[in-house]
Design a protein around this ligand. Structure first.
Ligand code: ACO
Length: 311
């Protein structure tokens, strides 16, 4: 493929060094990155919705302040990522149009409802925990601006994960009802969290190419296993159980075995048939339309300043 033309690119990848925006790169590498970074950015901004749903109902001022800060962080992550996609020549407005038209994906996980306050804890502990396991290796990905954005995002995600863990710990050791609410949230979020890592390796069309280009540093199944191994002891410390009767330590493999994932559910969610797909996309489109005046005002302001002579 593109023999000779991209020799420097191939050498940079082989040496484990970074590709930067002005470097020559195969069009497929550029397209793969734009797709993955855009999906990632979309996930961050759609991911604000399930938790924002609880801001007005947070049980204390402290919890409310933490939740607002967390949801704002997700917006910031979206901005860094759209910025990283722009360094590849993508236009932010076009990426958003594709999201709104249902032509570009966002993470399956955000199509599930947040039914109780404990869901805020389960999202922090499990969803942000899974995001960290998936995203820490992306800090070493071959494309410089993506890797650098991920470094900052991962630092913030680890705060999100801890706040979720701490919230669940308080509920788990609270009243009987609070403990039950925490357990119910974990029961509902466990399997969708495992699906976040993507299809099994044998059915993941993108993995091989993305691993060769060092965009992905581990396969979907490797990261899913890592997550399970991290979370099992944490569940025990929380005094909560994970809803999988087949979950057990396998001495020979040095990992936990776990039960089969319902991939039919995963594919249904990706087709737009999850419990909240229509609601999430509808709310996103509405927010975009209602924000049109802000974008117009910012563009008018920028144009006026650009036209003004310097000095
Ligand atoms: N939800 C939605 N789509 C998914 C999911 C998922 N959980 N898992 C895989 N897919 C999509 C892929 O994006 C790909 O889409 P395509 O049709 O545009 O090609 C398709 O299913 C096939 O999957 P893979 O071949 O495994 O694709 P890929 O190599 O891109 O791996 C993965 C998927 C692991 C999600 C990768 O894209 C990635 O690491 N992305 C960055 C992290 C990210 O986006 N996280 C978002 C959630 S975390 C958060 O926002 C808090």
């Amino acid at each position: 493929m593109h023999e000779g033309v991209y020799r420097e690119f191939e050498e940079t990848i082989a040496a484990g060094e970074r590709i930067e925006p002005r470097d020559a790169m195969p069009p497929e590498y550029r397209a793969t990155l734009i797709r993955q970074i855009a999906q990632h950015a979309h996930s961050e901004i759609i991911g604000m919705q399930p938790e924002a749903n609880w801001i007005t109902r947070a049980p204390s001022l402290r919890r409310k302040a933490i939740l607002i800060a967390k949801v704002q962080d997700e917006a910031g992550h979206g901005l860094y990522l759209y910025g990283a996609a722009e360094t590849l020549g993508a236009r932010r407005d076009e990426l958003l149009d594709r999201l709104h038209a249902g032509r570009q994906k966002y993470s399956s996980i955000f199509n599930y409802p947040t039914l109780t306050w404990a869901d805020v804890g389960a999202i922090g502990w499990l969803v942000d925990g899974a995001a960290i396991v998936n995203q820490v290796p992306l800090c070493r990905c071959s494309y410089g601006p993506y890797a650098r954005a991920m470094t900052r995002i991962c630092k913030e995600e680890s705060f999100h994960q801890r706040q979720g863990y701490e919230l669940l710990l308080a509920l788990s050791h609270g009243t009987e009802e609070q403990h039950e609410m925490a357990q119910d949230a974990v029961n509902r979020w466990w399997w969708p969290s495992l699906m976040m890592f993507g299809p099994p390796d044998g059915e993941s069309p993108r993995t091989e190419r993305s691993m060769a280009w060092k965009i992905k540093r581990h396969t979907n199944d490797e990261l899913r296993q890592r997550f399970v191994d991290i979370v099992v002891p944490q569940a025990a410390s929380l005094g909560l159980t994970l809803p999988d009767p087949l979950l057990r330590w396998n001495e020979e493999r040095g990992h936990h075995d776990f039960g089969p994932i319902d991939w039919a559910e995963f594919h249904a969610v990706l087709r737009g048939e999850g419990p909240c797909n229509a609601q999430r996309l509808g709310q996103r489109r509405r927010a975009h339309e209602e924000g049109a005046w802000v974008r117009e005002a910012a563009a008018a302001y920028a144009a006026r300043h650009a036209a003004r002579p310097a000095g």
